[in-house]
Write a protein of this length. Structure first.
Length: 264
């Protein structure tokens, strides 16, 4: 049972809510005023970087890339702009280009924790786990305050069956950002793997409270409920997960396992 949950839980990593474009001061500003700033000072790389952040947050990805590119052309040592462009490229699944930008940022500033975390997450998703672990560890050694480093290292520990270490990392991520749901879901996976059903239940319920629209969280709740012997409620959780994402295999598998309990 825990092995099934592990498969579902390991998919929770890539979208940790605290992922953000660097220098987030640009996100709350009006695009028109940012454009005025660019027009007033067209040689200022920071103006393009901040507007690029705003474009990225509004989903105008190509405009964001163009602004970050201009910022880099104006200041080739602007490592934050490289990392910001990398994040947008990653969101577009242009991962080799994103890695190249993270590499460029780190050549300029070898102590830039956000670039290690961003590159490490690309490596983790690509199953380049040793390289990913090295990047997350480097960010942690730099005393990062970004919870993504601990969350993603926790996912790697979890994948390796090192659940106690994973729980420690998820707990650290939660202490840094108590409102990000993914570490709660991740920690629930490892708690259940250690047969700690009560704490697993508390954590997955908290993840759903924070974000009730994630199929993987509802599927994980279903598996926790199965472990508690409550197949009727488990079926409801799996069915809700399948409704949220009809293609999510752990939800479909859970519905198949518990369907006979739906009316009991």
């Amino acid at each position: 049972m825990a092995a099934v949950l592990l498969l579902a839980g390991c998919q929770s990593g890539p979208t940790l809510q605290s992922i953000s474009l660097d220098q987030a001061q640009g996100s709350a500003q009006n695009l028109s005023s940012l454009t005025e700033a660019v027009t007033a000072n067209p040689r200022n790389p920071e103006a393009y970087n901040v507007r690029g952040i705003a474009y990225g947050r509004s989903g105008e990805n190509q405009r964001a890339i163009d602004d970050f590119t201009t910022a880099i052309q104006l200041d080739p040592n602007f490592y934050q702009a490289y990392a910001n462009r990398a994040l947008v490229l990653r969101q577009l699944n242009r991962n080799p280009e994103a890695v190249a930008d993270y590499n460029s940022a780190l050549k300029i500033n070898a102590n830039y924790d956000s670039a290690y975390i961003g590159r490490g997450n690309i490596y983790r998703i690509a199953s380049r786990n040793r390289e990913a672990l090295s990047d997350f560890q480097r960010a942690i050694d730099l005393n990062t305050t970004d919870p993504r480093a601990y969350h993603n290292r926790g996912l790697l520990y979890q994948l390796d069956g090192q659940h106690r270490q994973a729980i420690e990392d998820f707990s650290t991520a939660i202490s840094m950002d108590a409102n990000a749901p993914e570490p709660y879901s991740g920690r629930a996976v490892s708690y259940l793997a250690l047969n700690n059903v009560e704490d697993a239940s508390d954590d997955i319920n908290r993840a759903i409270q924070l974000d009730g629209k994630r199929a993987e969280f509802w599927a994980n709740q279903g598996i926790v409920l199965e472990a508690r012997g409550d197949k009727t409620k488990a079926y409801r959780s799996f069915a809700h997960a399948a409704q949220l994402d009809p293609n999510y295999q752990p939800a479909k598998d859970g519905v198949s396992r518990t369907r006979g309990s739906a009316g009991s």
